[in-house]
Design a protein around this ligand. Structure first.
Ligand SMILES: [Zn+2]
Length: 264
């Protein structure tokens, strides 16, 4: 009898343990850039900041860039860009969570937006395991995109987390980003970071007015701004803030350009 009760208790304990284990499993991480993974000090060597500030010779320019899309929010972002008649650059991914939105890259390109490469999986552990792993992920992304657009002209990329991120060190060693940047250049890519951050991928889901404030506060006296924003299912408030952000830059005398325009 006692044996039978023990067996029943053991079975119940096993079932409970199973469900408890299931319940306390960490929630599946959303794919994309999380604020805490982003490089704190980005590489801004793409622009002659000092000369521009000192002499005022370089016109004020702003590149709006959107990472981690396409997403359910992409059509709304595209509609605003079209309405405001400003170009933008999309650093796209082809992860599991955005497969269904991937055909939207065609609309992005048809509308004259620039498409840059971000990542296929956006899984830091995988892509930064080695330089080979990184380039194989980029190949996967290009392969997936080629179903919708001509990828042969894409010459721009943004490293997940930024080119000076430190999260990659955990997986690929402390020199991996330096090596990847050299290799990107050798392969003919412009690898670009940002110098203004909307902080819209933060865990607390900032409101539209916070996204707006974060952006304009980061501009300071920069005459060339590359604004990092996100185009994900979670960043709906970025879409809400976008018209005001565009209006603010316009009022400050900035002209809008794509990342490619910076290299002309
Ligand atoms: Zn990202």
């Amino acid at each position: 009898m006692r044996k039978r009760i023990s067996a029943a208790l053991l079975a119940a304990a096993l079932v409970a343990a199973f469900w408890l284990g299931y319940a306390v499993q960490p929630a599946q991480e959303t794919v994309g850039c999380r604020e805490e993974d982003l490089a704190q000090v980005t590489d801004v060597s793409f622009m002659p900041t000092e000369i521009a500030v000192d002499t005022g010779e370089v016109p004020k320019r702003v590149c709006l860039t959107f990472d981690d899309g396409p997403s359910k929010n992409t059509p709304a972002v595209l509609a605003i860009l079209q309405q405001e008649d400003v170009p933008a650059t999309f650093f796209v991914i082809s992860a599991e969570n955005n497969q269904q939105y991937l055909p939207l890259v065609q609309q992005e390109m048809e509308q004259g937006e620039q498409i840059g490469l971000h990542s296929a999986s956006h899984d830091y552990k995988k892509i930064y395991a080695s330089t080979d792993a990184y380039w194989s992920d980029i190949d996967n992304l290009k392969q997936e995109l080629s179903a919708y657009i001509d990828v042969s002209g894409i010459d721009c990329l943004r490293f997940p987390g930024g080119s000076t991120n430190t999260i990659s060190h955990r997986y690929g060693g402390s020199d991996i980003m330096k090596t990847l940047k050299v290799q990107a250049e050798e392969k003919g890519y412009h690898a670009i970071d940002w110098n203004v951050c909307a902080d819209d991928a933060a865990g607390g889901h900032p409101s539209a007015s916070e996204v707006y404030q974060n952006t304009i506060e980061d501009v300071e006296d920069k005459r060339t701004c590359v604004v990092l924003m996100h185009d994900t299912n979670a960043t709906t408030t970025t879409v809400e803030a976008l018209p005001d952000i565009i209006a603010w830059f316009r009022d400050q005398g900035y002209t809008f350009c794509t990342v490619d325009d910076l290299y002309v």
